[in-house]
Design a protein around this ligand. Structure first.
Ligand code: GDP
Ligand code: IMO
Ligand code: MG
Length: 432
């Protein structure tokens, strides 16, 4: 019986949605543990494309239970739009989805106050402008409104109005116009639609574990966007790293049996912040085109760069990766040489640890090594031994330098364009 965490090893958009959807066949419950509709997980099932934002990718497998854990921040309007989109495509969302009564609620006033920092070029993080950060601020500030409070008809109005008035004062002080009208009636209506799906999801997990069911925990964002371990302050406001899976669900660490990291064969980032292996030249543009690297939530072009070994070693340490899934290997098809960032220097000296201060992060000089590209394409290959020798060499190089097994490789967006490496630890964890 293995309960696994599958999460992003870089700055998000590693292909978690595709991988979670693929693996979900082997699990009974698939749960999200943090974030909100800042996430965009694209999944192809045959010709059909789904972009999941709040709902775990496991919803696409009939009979699986999909859980929105207590660690998320939920925009009820976005949630209903996503439910309706999936229902139109024939997914039994109301039969499969459970929502934590302890998750926090995003209101329009959260987006309103997000503008205070995001409208200022000096303070902007380049967020998704979904109200995520301000909702987590309210959670930690102990003034948030949780799903259980939203469903509490007698007390919701007073709770909401007090909070809204405070936010309006703050917005007015910064010259931001109020944009949060018509909320009470709309939210009350959506609350009734949500009510049948809301429950104590920690109790649901405890009962499932007692019954021997298998749970997969789906990370959103990536470790370098984690509020503690990422490139602070250019991060999201939640705990995307593996530790967040316990606090964000109520599943204890003793009931988690493995952690799988998802990483692209290169790397991307959306929004501001340090990016040591970024390629601002033609080859960066090549990756953006070949990998279709445009944000699935905001449509922004993703910044592109080369696989970063020091970053991956760091995220492997803070997450405890048992095995890595390398996605989008096919995007590098056609390159003569594939650069890899194998070290960091600051002020001309090699550094072993991930720097913490903003100024040190900004001063990282990447050290590159170059590996030969492959003569034949990898797109769609599903057997490790059938990959061109140079592509296998590239993967072996990443494995050696990061010190983590590569247990799965993805060579295209579809479910069947994937291979689990025979005899790997990943195969055991998935099969157990
Ligand atoms: P997530 O946020 O980690 O779920 O990743 P996104 O869905 O935002 O971005 C990954 C994109 O790459 C999606 O459009 C996927 O369909 C696509 N994708 C995933 N794996 C592969 C792969 O191996 N090759 C190619 N070419 N595309 C992939
Ligand atoms: P998935 O789950 C990539 C980035 C934003 C911004 C920073 C903070 O699809 O991998 P926020 O709105 O969260 O306060 O923005 O985090 N960001 C993501 N980047 N993938 C994501 O999710 C992201 N979610 C947030 O671009 O830099
Ligand atoms: Mg994404």
């Amino acid at each position: 019986m293995s309960n696994l965490i599958v999460l992003g090893a870089q700055w998000g958009d590693e292909g978690k949605g595709k991988i979670v959807d693929l693996f979900s066949e082997r699990f009974d419950i698939i749960a999200r543990y943090q974030g909100g509709h800042n996430a965009g997980h694209t999944v192809y099932v045959g010709e059909q494309k789904y972009v999941l934002k709040l709902i775990p990718s496991g919803i696409l497998r009939s009979g699986r239970v999909a859980v929105i854990g207590n660690g998320l921040v939920i925009d009820p309007v976005a949630l209903m739009a996503e439910i309706e989109m999936l229902e139109e495509l024939g997914v039994d969302v109301r039969g499969q989805l459970k929502i934590s009564n302890r998750a926090h609620v995003i209101f329009p006033f959260h987006r309103m106050v997000e503008r205070i920092s995001e409208d200022s070029p000096e303070k902007a993080i380049g967020t998704t402008s979904r109200g995520i950060g301000p909702a987590y601020e309210d959670k930690i500030g102990r003034r948030g409104i949780r799903v259980a409070d939203l469903l509490d008809r007698d007390n919701f109005k007073a709770h909401y109005t007090g909070n809204q008035q405070d936010k309006r004062k703050i917005a007015a002080a910064f010259g931001i116009p109020a944009t949060d009208d018509d909320v009470l009636a709309k939210y009350a209506e959506i609350a009734e639609k949500m009510r049948p799906m809301v429950c104590d999801t920690a109790a649901l997990f405890a009962a499932a574990i007692r019954a021997g069911k298998r749970i997969m925990l789906e990370g959103a964002q990536g470790t370098m966007l984690d509020v503690d371990h990422g490139t602070y302050p250019y991060v999201t406001s939640s705990s995307a790293a593996s530790g967040g899976a316990c606090t964000g669900t109520g599943i204890p660490p003793t009931k988690i049996h493995g952690v799988l990291g998802v990483s692209k064969a290169y790397i991307t980032r959306v929004g501001g912040g340090p990016f040591p292996s970024e390629d601002l030249g033609e080859r960066g543009e090549f990756i953006r085109k070949a990998g279709n690297e445009y944000g699935s939530v905001t449509g922004r072009p993703r910044r592109c760069g080369w696989f970063d070994v020091p970053l991956l070693r760091y995220t492997a340490d803070v997450n405890g990766f048992d095995s890595l899934i390398i996605t989008k290997l096919d995007v590098l098809d056609g390159l003569d040489q594939v650069p890899v960032c194998t070290g960091y220097k600051i002020d001309g000296k090699l550094v072993e640890e991930m720097p913490a201060s903003q100024s040190a992060l900004a001063r990282i000089e990447p050290v590159f090594e170059s590996l030969p590209g492959w003569s034949k394409p990898t797109a769609g290959i599903t057997d490790f031994n059938k990959l061109p020798a140079e592509a296998r060499g590239y993967l072996r190089f990443l494995e050696e330098r990061t010190g983590v097994e590569i247990g799965c490789v993805s060579t295209g967006p579809e479910r069947n364009q994937t291979m689990v490496v025979k005899g790997s630890r990943m195969e055991k964890l998935l099969g157990a």
